[in-house]
Design a protein around this ligand. Structure first.
Ligand SMILES: Nc1ncnc2c1ncn2[C@@H]1O[C@H](COP(=O)(O)OP(=O)(O)OP(=O)(O)O)[C@@H](O)[C@H]1O
Length: 923
């Protein structure tokens, strides 16, 4: 267009200053063909011309008779020009005001420098463009739909704005290494951060059950609807992946219908709106929630990779084509799934990991939830006293349930305390069910001071069974949506529905012809499934253990749970969409519900003999499967240690064992491990899992090494490890969420027993405050040899404390300080500490803002020191001058093997001067 513009401008319409204003008629003549090619929407022009009585209805009728858009524009131009200057100017004014419809002409308007006259400014312009109207409608509907977070029952909804709290969100690499925290949601779409594959188009958000993936999408939707998310998206289409399971194998839908029928339908000219979307895909944002929830028999390998935007085809094919960028290439897409869901790399652009609430997020959420200050303080105090509960609360869903239960009981009884002992997830869900049942009681019954969970469950046994039955049936087939007939067939009454365990869902059948239902949360369906298996007397051994078998059988075939058939060929007969996390949850609840402590609760629901039989079967099974699971683990023989390296599924095993609350089971697990070094790295363990770890580990008789590197453990998790510290000789907690508070607990505990030799705290959130606790530990604990505290937030102050403590230590062998900011002052202190150190051999001060002064201090130290072997000063600001000091010093030192200086301010040319000193490594 620009070329055309320039050519046209040569026939200048601008008049010299002082002469009469430009002729708009002339402008329309000169740019006639440009206008004809760029104006796609004539209706808006006609509407406005009629509104202002520039056009009569006959004029409009004449225009409409022309078959093509171009001819319509030509006719409008003819009519407008024939009506004179004012109408011609108004025509241009409409093009200027309705930017949405005529955005392609905005550069032209700039070029001609159009400024409306006073008279024309007073003339109203209304945007009747179907695309703009659709965008407005979409914003309105999405804004309305994202306003509330659906809670217990539809009648009690929470405003998203008063609920949503920030949580930990990290961009990660393909191998899940952190690439930095996401502080603003716009960053999700910003290529400057976290981009791992420029050919991929999908932003993949993942995290555990209830961690907040859906609510994050809701937040994004709400911000977009309020124009508070500046990412250039004009259209927003949201889908829940479980919807795709609702289509029959032979169903076919075209892209237009998928977009409009399942989201928001254009009131005018759907074809034009769709055409616009096809033309400008980069203005479209899709969200696909819960990829792990798709279940379908549809065979994707039978369809071609490419599909046309106009042709009806199975919706799963459309989904896949959109994700792969085969349809609407360039559109923005966010896909969520639970951790462990395998998505092939080539569709991923960025990976975002949700880690739940940090301790400060939890405080913010508590403040939001409990508006009353007194109540808030009470809850915070109770939480503080119960780290077990706090660690459960790092998962927002569990936190919400716990708070809701507290709120409910507090309002019903004069006071209510959060549980003060260990709480299992089964306890939390039982409490939730009780609250739902409790809420249905008539108000007159409400105010009393006693409550009996057992009574409540007994009174509603039939309801629980009915809900359990439908949950169980769905779970077996990975169905999470239920048709009205299924609900009726399961004997779920209207009154049962009112309890709010099931909620109605819209939008799965296109035009909402019939009600469909789903459980409030998938974990609740897992819970009801387990409840059914426990209280239905006819359930035999096979059914009882059915979901354990599901988990183990898929694992043997495909350890990563779900794989995507359209991207990787799958084995014949295997369900391609199967993710077994909901089975894991079912098993976990089964262990909890069959635990001895729940005996009382079930006494009135099932015959005690039946429960006993089921418990026995379960415990025997756990014992057996534990044995085979432990046998299959990788074992290594290390100096002083027998190491086992576990897989993420081991955490599920520990969780199940913990839910049983049986000391006998915990003890057996400890015994069967036949190891004293447990490597639980990259297992996606979160803080509450530390309760389960302690549950087993505290049974160990002797000293033990526990490696929890690369998990999601915060300070509350550290508190949960309290029963283990007396045994721990090696404790590795690198790449977790530990702050100074957690380090303080570590100091207090580890200094009591003084057996720790290795402390790994690399890549956490430790500042100088935490560094001081580590320093105290080094001073007080003569057993300590290795400390890894790199990639934290330690400055010269913390650096100095650590160095001084090391100076006093007679055992320290290695200190890792990579990626802190100790600077030259800190470096000086380290040099001083090293001068005559009897044991310290490895020092890593990579990336610590050190310059030549630091190099000089180390050079002086090296002249005296006789023990240091490796000194890493990589990626600092040391110049050739500093290197010279160091190389001179090495003449007097035979102990040291290497001084690594890669990534400093030394050129290849300068490095040649030190070529003879092989121990100086510059490149
Ligand atoms: N950031 C948050 N702020 C406030 N509440 C939250 C937040 N994240 C989650 N919640 C609470 O937890 C509930 C469950 O969250 P959500 O459904 O988003 O989890 P999810 O990760 O999608 O789980 P799943 O994988 O099981 O579907 C929400 O309804 C809300 O009450």
């Amino acid at each position: 267009m620009e070329g055309q513009l320039c050519a046209n401008l040569e026939i200048s319409v601008e008049k010299p200053p002082g002469t009469s204003p430009p002729s708009f008629i002339a402008l329309l003549k000169i740019y006639r063909e440009l206008l004809v090619s760029k104006i796609r929407n004539t209706q808006c022009l006609i509407d406005n011309l009629i509104n202002n009585e520039y056009f009569s209805t006959e004029d409009a009728e004449i225009v409409v008779q022309f078959p093509t858009q171009a001819d319509k524009v030509r006719k409008i131009l003819d009519l407008v020009q024939s009506k004179g200057e004012e109408v011609s100017e108004y025509f241009i004014r409409v093009l200027q005001k309705v930017t949405d419809a005529y955005y392609e002409l905005q550069p032209w308007l700039d070029e001609i420098g159009y400024e409306p006259s006073e008279n024309i400014c007073s003339r109203p312009v209304v945007n009747t463009d179907p695309v703009s109207r659709y965008c407005q409608k979409l914003r309105h509907e999405l804004g309305r739909d994202s306003k509330f977070v659906v809670s217990y029952a539809q009648r009690e909804e929470m405003l998203l704005e008063e609920t949503y709290s920030n949580s930990i969100m990290e961009m990660v690499s393909f191998t899940n290494e952190s690439l930095g925290e996401v502080c603003q949601l716009e960053a999700l779409f910003d290529d400057a951060v976290g981009l791992i594959n420029e050919d991929g188009e999908t932003i993949y958000v993942f995290g555990d059950a209830g961690i907040g993936k859906s609510i994050l999408l809701q937040k994004i939707q709400s911000l977009w609807a309020r124009k508070q998310l500046d990412i250039g998206a004009k259209f927003f289409f949201r889908f829940r992946c479980r919807m795709f399971s609702c289509f029959k194998e032979d169903e076919a839908v075209c892209l237009k219908d998928l977009l409009f029928k399942y989201n928001c339908y254009p009131d005018q000219d759907p074809a034009e709106v769709f055409h616009h979307i096809l033309q400008f895909p980069h203005t479209v944002l899709f969200t696909f929630d819960g990829f792990d929830e798709i279940y379908s028999n549809f065979d994707l390998s039978s369809v071609p990779e490419m599909c046309s935007p106009d042709e009806p085809i199975h919706p799963l094919v459309l989904l896949v084509s959109l994700l792969r960028g085969k349809l609407l290439k360039g559109s923005k897409k966010i896909l969520t799934a639970r951790t462990g869901t395998e998505i092939q790399r080539n569709i991923i652009r960025k990976k975002v990991l949700l880690r739940g609430f940090s301790s400060s997020n939890l405080k913010e959420y508590t403040a939001m939830f409990f508006k009353d200050e007194g109540q808030r303080t009470l809850v915070l105090n109770q939480l503080e006293a119960n780290p077990n509960l706090c660690s459960l609360c790092s998962v927002p869903l569990f936190c919400w349930i716990i708070f809701k239960c507290y709120e409910h009981f507090h309002s019903m009884y004069d006071s209510h305390e959060l549980p003060d002992c260990s709480v299992t997830l089964t306890d939390v869900f039982l409490l939730m069910v009780e609250v739902h049942l409790n809420r249905s009681l008539k108000t007159s019954l409400l105010k009393n001071n006693t409550r009996s969970q057992a009574e409540m469950f007994k009174a509603r046994k039939e309801t629980l069974l009915a809900l359990g039955k439908i949950a169980y049936r769905g779970m077996g087939n990975s169905f999470f949506i239920f048709e009205q007939e299924e609900v009726t067939a399961a004997n779920i009454s209207e009154e049962d529905l009112q309890l709010g365990f099931l909620r109605t869902v819209k939008g799965y059948t296109g035009f909402d012809s019939q009600s469909t239902y789903e459980f409030l949360h998938l974990t609740l369906q897992s819970f009801f499934t387990a409840l059914f298996v426990v209280i239905e007397e006819r359930v035999g051994t096979k059914e009882l253990l059915q979901f354990f078998n599901e988990c183990s059988s898929t694992e043997t075939v495909q350890p990563t749970c779900l794989h995507i058939p359209w991207l990787k060929k799958h084995l014949a007969g295997e369900d391609p969409f199967r993710n077994n996390e909901h089975f894991h949850f079912t098993n976990l609840f089964l262990c909890g519900l069959l635990s001895r402590s729940k005996q009382k609760l079930f006494r009135h629901l099932v015959l005690p003999a039946v429960i006993k039989r089921k418990r026995k079967t379960l415990i025997t099974y756990l014992g057996e499967s534990m044995k085979s699971h432990l046998k299959g683990l990788t074992r290594s023989r290390l100096l002083n240690y027998n190491q086992i390296q576990v897989q993420p599924n081991f955490v599920w095993m520990l969780r199940c064992l913990y839910e049983t609350q049986s000391e006998k089971v915990g003890k057996l697990a400890a015994k069967r491990m036949h190891a004293n070094y447990i490597k639980l790295t990259y297992c996606n363990a979160y803080s509450a899992d530390c309760s389960a770890i302690s549950f087993v580990v505290h049974h160990f008789q002797k000293r033990l090494a526990l490696d929890l590197d690369n998990n999601n453990i915060n300070d509350y998790g550290i508190k949960q490890l309290l029963p283990c510290f007396s045994k721990l000789a090696v404790i590795r907690l690198s790449v977790n969420q530990i702050t100074d508070h957690g380090v303080r607990i570590l100091y207090e505990e580890l200094s009591k027993y003084k057996i720790v030799t290795f402390l790994g705290l690399y890549n956490n959130q430790i500042t100088d405050v935490g560094a001081k606790y580590v320093a105290k530990l080094i001073e007080e604990c003569s057993s300590l040899e290795y400390v890894k505290i790199g990639a934290n937030k330690i400055t010269s102050e913390g650096g100095k404390c650590l160095a001084q403590a090391i100076q006093k230590s007679k055992t320290m062998f290695e200190i890792g300080m990579w990626g802190n900011q100790v600077g030259d002052e800190g470096a000086k202190a380290f040099a001083e500490a090293l001068r005559n150190h009897p044991t310290l051999t490895n020092v890593r001060l990579t990336k610590n803002e050190l310059d030549d002064e630091a190099a000089m201090s180390f050079a002086e130290m090296l002249k005296v020191n006789k023990k240091l072997v490796h000194l890493w000063l990589i990626q600092n600001q040391i110049t050739a001058k500093g290197v010279k000091y160091l190389s001179e010093a090495l003449k007097e030192n035979t102990a040291i093997k290497e001084v690594c200086l890669n990534g400093n301010l030394i050129s290849q040319e300068e490095a040649k001067a030190f070529e003879n000193e092989e121990r100086i490594i510059c490149f």
